[in-house]
Design a protein around this ligand. Structure first.
Ligand code: NAP
Length: 658
């Protein structure tokens, strides 16, 4: 008789560690694990009345939604202890979508609808992004060379997927290591503002995050580990800037011109396809301040920080109040003699838990089967489409000046209550901190100590505006000269100038930046542009940022999947090039513009880096993450031109040439 394989890793031998993990890990997550391992759905029935949705009106509910009675919790822990350590572990069976959905719905305290199931099973790591039965790699992929620009989060995912699919990849990065923005941003306090257990690849869950929101060096180490594990260092040309991409119509190849940042030497290589994975946060924005050239005070942009900067005991000016500024401020605040923060506009601030991940929970993430997947599902669910209601404009809303709907107003009240709670006894300071635009118009900022910092005597929130710079510092609009020993520009990035300064020339000599103009990038599904065959923008194109929720990693994986599927589909049909049709591109963009009209980023009071100077939100994706995921499952080849097939019996529609 053939024995059923048992769950890998069970039984767990370290009983002391199991007990500690069961005590310190998240109880609702343990419930999900118990039901999956044991098949005992009675635990769902017993827990259901005690679990409420984590997100309510777009805001996380205090306490994480679950208040399972202690006695029930003890019973579940005891039963799970037996399952994990007993001599007869449960059989290994893949989780099917029906049981996933039943567990997920109780675990989240709300129905997890059918449309979310495939997407969240993949995002949780239950259905592995890379585990597809490819069989033998088709020969046409092996000699199809793909150049990837950028070895950050997206470039790494792209290279991993394409390598798994059998392509030959070469990656270029101007930095001497992988990591992209996480390599470059080394400022004090740099860290994620997306929960760490979500901000990572679904196919490489990391059990070791130290905090709910972990530091940048942990993200960088994680990305380095992934690059190492998937053999990407060997395929990456470091300290190499891609300066131009020029398409050769006759050869159907891209000429990739690179420049070494070590010795200045230039080289041109060819590639069948090019993928831009350069992200949005890679060109520091240095505003054109009057008199800035006269400044004699040393200064740095947040993204160009270096370890020699010592601010101890100095008078420091910090310009900007975005995420970077806040992380810097709360970190350097206690060390400097005086900190003056220049705020041009107030940002909405949300309270967040600043949690250390207990050792027992880390152990559970590493050793208890499925705990990592379920916990990932929970962080995904909390940080994503539950927030979508906050950004939708209700056309009948009666307070359109300050908020856009009942949900958005409820959130505004929550944020105001947080400010009142923290700053109520400092009404003048609090008044400066209240934004004049609806919540979610700009990226909401986690209060990781910002309010407490601003209460300090040594910290000033300067709101009168910068008139100009002089040798020793800043002259404010009301005529005061503020002198500093050091200035920090946390003024953000040149998001709007997408793919600058890369020179990109497509079919018939069409220049991408001429096509887009200075700041109006457009693409089909954010990834493909007419006139640019075999060129893709992976999570670096227009209208792809999920500004209602977190998920740079989500977008990366969705785009990586789509691009790989598109190349696979093209080659499977014997074609060598694929180019999006103009009509498909235009239709897609018309729908984007239409959808954006109903969302908060189009609100007249919103001035943010999501919006270009003409008022068009060029960065935000107007769709829910789950919609984007479904949209990016597979290419609709009728939206593309394919180059003439090499196979004689190819279907008619792919014979059409641009
Ligand atoms: P940012 O959000 O663009 O903020 C820039 C700040 O500089 C804003 O307060 C802006 O004021 C101010 N500013 C810009 N030009 C100015 C001028 N001419 N005069 C005065 N003030 C000026 O930049 P960031 O904080 O570096 O963040 C950039 C991106 O990185 C964001 O997407 C952010 O979320 C992301 N980030 C992510 C993490 C993470 O954990 N994943 C961490 C840090 C940053 P206004 O508000 O008036 O425009």
């Amino acid at each position: 008789m053939e024995l059923m394989p048992r769950v890998r890793g069970l039984p767990l031998a370290d009983h002391t560690a199991v007990k500690r993990a069961l005590a310190e890990a998240d109880l609702a997550t343990l419930m999900a694990v118990l039901v999956q391992l044991s098949g005992e759905e009675i635990w769902l029935e017993r827990c259901a009345p005690h679990i409420k949705p984590i997100i309510f009106d777009g805001a996380p509910l205090a306490g994480g939604g679950a208040s399972i009675p202690a006695e029930l919790g003890d019973q579940m822990r005891a039963r799970l202890y037996d399952v994990l350590t007993g001599a007869n572990p449960p059989p290994q069976r893949p989780i099917d979508s029906a049981i996933f959905q039943r567990i997920a719905s109780v675990y989240m305290g709300e129905p997890v609808a059918d449309e979310f199931v495939d997407c969240t099973m993949e995002q949780s790591g239950f259905v592995r992004f890379l585990d597809r039965d490819l069989g033998d790699v088709p020969a046409e992929r092996r000699d199809f060379k793909v150049a990837i620009v950028g070895a950050g989060l997206t470039g790494i995912a792209m290279a991993i997927r394409l390598s798994a699919d059998g392509y030959s990849c070469e990656i270029f990065d101007r930095n001497p290591d992988v990591g992209g923005t996480w390599f470059e941003n080394q400022y004090p306090g740099v860290g994620v503002d997306t929960p760490s257990h979500y901000y990572s690849f679904s196919f490489e869950l990391n059990p070791d995050w130290s905090h709910t929101f972990s530091s940048g060096d942990q993200v960088l180490a994680y990305l380095q580990r992934c690059a190492e594990q998937y053999d990407l260092y060997r395929k990456t040309r470091f300290s190499t800037e891609v300066v131009s991409l020029v398409y050769d119509d006759a050869a159907e190849l891209w000429n990739v011109k690179t420049k070494s940042l070590l010795d200045g030497s230039e080289r041109t290589v060819t590639a069948n396809a090019v993928i831009n994975a350069v992200g949005h946060t890679n060109g520091p924005k240095i505003p054109e301040f009057a008199g800035f050239e006269d400044l004699e005070v040393p200064w740095v942009h947040s993204a160009r920080w270096h370890k020699d900067i010592d601010l101890h005991g100095k008078r420091v000016g910090l310009i900007g109040t975005g995420c970077s500024s806040m992380q810097i401020a709360v970190t350097i605040g206690p060390d400097v003699e005086q900190l003056t923060i220049f705020q041009r506009s107030a940002h909405w601030i949300r309270p967040v838990p600043i949690n250390v991940v207990p050792e027992g929970a880390k152990w559970a993430l590493r050793h208890i089967p499925y705990y990592g997947e379920w916990f990932r599902f929970r962080t995904y669910w909390t940080a994503s489409d539950g927030n979508y209601v906050n950004v939708q404009i209700d056309p009948d809303w009666h307070m359109p000046n300050v908020s856009v709907s009942r949900h958005n107003e409820a959130l505004r009240q929550r944020f105001l209550a947080h400010l009142e709670n923290k700053m109520g006894d400092r009404p003048e300071l609090m008044a400066k901190m209240i934004p004049d635009f609806p919540p979610y118009g700009k990226r909401t900022i986690n209060d990781i100590g910002w309010c407490d910092l601003l209460r300090k005597d040594s910290v000033e929130l300067e709101t009168s505006g910068i008139s100009h710079f002089v040798k020793s510092g800043v002259v404010t609009n009301d005529g005061r000269t503020l002198e500093f020993d050091f200035l920090i520009l946390a003024t953000g990035f040149q998001h709007v100038r997408m793919l600058h300064p890369l020179h990109i020339v497509g079919r018939n000599g069409v220049d991408l930046h001429d096509l887009w103009g200075e700041e109006d990038a457009r693409a089909y599904k954010g990834v493909a542009v007419p006139h640019f065959p075999n060129l893709f923008l992976a999570a670096s194109g227009p209208n792809t940022s999920p500004n209602h929720g977190a998920g740079a990693n989500f977008v990366s994986e969705a785009h990586v999947h789509y691009i790989a599927e598109t190349l696979n589909a093209m080659l499977a049909r014997g074609a060598r090039t694929i180019e999006v049709r103009q009509d498909a591109h235009d239709e897609y963009n018309a729908a984007i513009d239409d959808a954006l009209k109903g969302l908060v980023w189009s609100h007249p009071k919103v001035r943010s880096y999501y919006v270009n100077s003409k008022g068009r939100p060029y960065l935000s994706c107007p769709y829910r993450l789950v919609d984007s995921w479904h949209m990016m499952r597979s290419p609709d080849l009728s939206h593309y031109h394919l180059s003439p097939p090499r196979v004689a019996n190819a279907p008619e529609y792919i014979r059409e040439v641009a």
